[in-house]
Design a protein around this ligand. Sequence first.
Ligand SMILES: [Zn+2]
Length: 81
Amino acid sequence: MKSVERTSDGTGDRAPNRECYRCDRDVAPARLFRLVSEPPAALSNEYQIAERFCCPDCAAAINLSEFAERVKARARRSDPQ
Ligand SMILES: [Zn+2]
């Protein structure tokens, strides 16, 4: 049986949380947006696919979050109009 206790030398994957690439906030991985930037074929020699993780607030700030239809329907229902 192996011990899963971490050593204190700081090597390896010590942080359970990931940082948002924009605001540097620590966010649980389950709540991070994954942003993938895939260059078009014509530019694939100059650019490679980039991957970033950001928090929901930052995803909203750069207009990259979209609420699920379920959430939108709920918002409509509570709308007085
Ligand atoms: Zn953020």
